[in-house]
Design a protein around this ligand. Structure first.
Ligand code: FAD
Ligand code: NAP
Length: 308
């Protein structure tokens, strides 16, 4: 029986593991289906993590975390968790391969993943000109023109990153105001390599067997524009990764919001005692690395306090 199972190894899960083991919990396992680090490892730059003065990539930011967070005995099991259920006073963790583990406490830190926009051609050309990751794929478009869809922080930050590599970046946004931070919007507006195509949507991503050849855009008045670009980066928000909490009968293990986020209190307690949620998966998450890490620490300290 584990003292604590942590599901997800992003900033929230790693920090929860650090605080739990440093707080004296002995059997603590962090289940992470990939390499620890979380979604920030896809980001080309982060400049708002306190204590890191330089602008670094997400990978650079997260690189030292596993070593530090595992220093006090946290174990990382590279496995995907399929489901968490309640078993009497404890929890059953069902892994994708069928293995099961029991834990006295669980902190769910499964974060979020990029949404698809549901565009014609988006799935057909995914990985062949359609991408959600500028750091991963930007270099393929060196000195070429690309499109970026979205008006949030991710879209505009990644557009700035792409402008360093590509000859031109067309940012397509369905409104004329942005969700992104004003400072980022300003940087985008002042970048001569970025063209803003506002009040417009993408009708179709088209191409051939080799990949994308262009995107057909339409503005609010119905006027079409054929943008001949070999790549489009789609940043239209995130899905909450709440599947592990879904029970066989389709209900959730604990109370959820209408958008599928886990309802927690200020101590990261869910509606089920012993079950906590931290990071992007919880209600009202600011969706920031520093906040996810803070949540992880808060949740772990709750488990430590009740275990002593
Ligand atoms: P995540 O980082 O999403 O980690 C969740 C982890 O859980 C993942 O590693 C995933 O593999 C794992 N997982 C999921 N399901 C399972 C399962 N069933 N079994 C096992 N493992 C599972 N924030 C900032 O503060 N500053 C920025 O500049 C910034 N830039 C960003 C740029 C981009 C491109 C993106 C995408 C995000 C950015 N963010 C930024 C937001 C930040 O990355 C997130 O708020 C933060 O990573 C959330 O941490 P988390 O631990 O809650 O979840
Ligand atoms: P987001 O803030 O939800 O923005 C999504 C954008 O995509 C919005 O502009 C939205 O338009 C647009 N959109 C949504 N669906 C669309 C569709 N089907 N077709 C066309 N456009 C569509 O998502 P995000 O930018 O990924 O950010 C997620 C969270 O992470 C946010 O809370 C953000 O603040 C945070 N984040 C922070 C930083 C940072 O602090 N530096 C960096 C990255 C991310 P509308 O505006 O019209 O709805």
């Amino acid at each position: 029986m584990l003292d604590l199972a942590i599901i997800g190894g992003g900033p929230a899960g790693l920090t929860a593991g650090l605080y739990a083991t440093r707080g004296g919990l002995k059997d603590v396992v962090m289940y992470e289906k990939g390499l620890p680090g979380g979604q920030i490892t896809q980001s080309s730059e982060i400049e708002n993590y306190p204590g890191i003065k330089e602008v670094v990539t997400g990978l650079e930011l997260m690189e030292p975390w596993p070593e530090q967070c595992m220093r006090f005995g946290l174990r990382h099991e590279m496995a995907e968790v399929s489901r968490v259920t309640k078993e009497g006073e404890s929890f059953k963790i069902l892994l994708a391969g069928g293995k099961e583990e029991l834990a006295k406490n669980v902190i769910v830190c499964t974060g979020s993943t990029p949404k698809r926009a549901g565009l014609k051609g988006e799935d057909t050309f995914y990985g062949k000109g359609v991408s959600n990751c500028a750091t991963c794929d930007g270099f393929f478009y060196k000195d070429k023109e690309v499109a970026v869809l979205g008006g949030g922080d991710t879209a505009l930050e990644e557009a700035l990153y792409l402008a360093n590599i590509c000859s031109k970046v067309h940012v397509i946004h369905r409104r004329d105001t942005f969700r992104a931070a004003p400072n980022t919007v300003e940087k985008v507006k002042n970048n001569p390599k970025i063209e803003l195509i506002l009040n417009s949507t993408v009708e179709e991503i088209y191409g051939d067997a080799m990949g994308v050849n262009g995107v057909m855009i339409v503005d609010k008045s119905g006027k079409q524009r054929d943008l001949k670009v070999p790549g489009i980066f789609i940043f239209v928000g995130m899905n909450v990764n709440n599947e592990v909490l879904k029970q066989e009968d389709g209900t959730f293990l604990c109370q959820m919001s209408e958008w599928g986020e886990v309802v927690v209190d200020l101590s990261m307690n869910t509606s089920v005692p012993g079950l906590y949620a931290a990071g992007d998966i919880r209600i009202q998450a600011p969706k920031q690395v520093v906040c996810a890490a803070g949540d992880g620490a808060v949740a772990a300290l709750q488990v430590v306090a009740k275990s002593h």
